[in-house]
Design a protein around this ligand. Sequence first.
Ligand code: A2P
Length: 280
Amino acid sequence: LDLQINTLLEIFSDVVGFGTWQASNGDVAENAVIDALKAGYFHIDTAAVYKNEESVGCGIKKSGLNRKNIFVTTKAWNDVHTYKDAKVALANSLDKLGLDYVDLYLIHWPNPLAVRNRWEERNRDVWRYFEEALEAGLVRSIGVSNFHERHLDSLLKTAKVVPHVNQIHLSPSDMQLEVVAANEKHGILTQGYSPLGTGTILEIPALVEIAQKHQKTPAQVAIRWSLQKGYNPLPKSVTTSRIISNINVFDFELTDAQIKVIEGLAGTGNVASNPDERDF
Ligand code: A2P
């Protein structure tokens, strides 16, 4: 992975990353990361709020892989409100992960409850630190998560670096077309968390039928859909067999007609939480 970050982000549209949301700190997250790296994932996604950065870091170390062959993402939580908070948060995440840099650092949500009336200023100040951390080599790329178009537009008014990534809730059930279009407009890579709709879409008959045609699982079809759309899916699992099968999606291709059927599933599983309504 000794590539320029832009090249790396380009190839991500054809890469399955590994999500660790709800993988509990301790053996569960550590073993999941070891399993994932063994299975061929090289992109591991965590966040300060997942409270598993220590175990993710241990899994990375125990995998025996060279650090530079692994791409690690983490995220600044909603308690990060200022430039200084961001600096402390990144230092804490690096410390917990046991790493001296992360490959991608994200603002986790655009408008935490505590700063709802000044979210623009918050994102501007936090981003200023992200840009500095990029310059200093503490992070190799920077981005955002759960941003809608208005949040991107606001950030871009003062940003010197356009976010490399916007990571959003994204599955056939929740296609977030407006956000995807905004990302494309600005050359921001769309990453999709919960590409299986957190498991809620896997028994839908139309998906099951397409999976049977390809002798694949519904999860593999959902992940394949994300890849063919050019998104970078981050399926989460702590089950070894699923970790292995979720990345085994490069030996089949969905037809245009099947993609159309899959896109008819919009709204059938869970959809993204509105960042204006809750604080996570
Ligand atoms: P588990 O971690 O217990 O294996 P998403 O990535 O959309 O958030 O979905 C994650 C959820 O889907 C988790 O509950 C995970 O369970 C489950 N899951 C992951 N991969 C598969 C699969 N191949 N088949 C069925 N369920 C899966």
